[in-house]
Write a new protein. Structure first.
Length: 103
């Protein structure tokens, strides 16, 4: 049987193939970045944050653009909600329509 690895080009081709296979396998467990995935991720972040507290914030996502609507009690909650949404992978931009309504 002929040894194909005597030629350096075969080594390079084999290494490139292996690197591509590893990269493909590493991405296989990542969830798709659909609007539904983004919506769920933003809602989870808002609900888990102690400043925002999930509150009465409605979230809508269209083509990676997140729109926040509803009422918060303080300006820091409005700002934090926007910051959290922007940190979600796949978010292209955030439209912050939250209103500050102190109680």
């Amino acid at each position: 049987m002929k040894n194909i690895f005597r030629n350096p080009r075969h080594w390079i081709a084999t290494i490139i193939l292996l690197v591509n296979l590893v990269a493909l396998a590493a991405g296989a467990d990542k969830p798709p970045l659909t609007d539904n995935f983004i919506y769920d991720s933003v809602r989870d972040k808002l609900a888990a944050d102690i400043v925002v507290k999930g509150g009465a914030i409605d979230v809508a996502v269209k083509d990676g653009v997140v729109t926040l609507k509803g009422n918060v009690q303080e300006a820091k909650q409005k700002a934090k909600a926007e910051t959290l949404a922007k940190k979600v992978k796949g978010v292209k931009s955030v439209v912050n329509n939250l209103q500050i309504k102190a109680q």
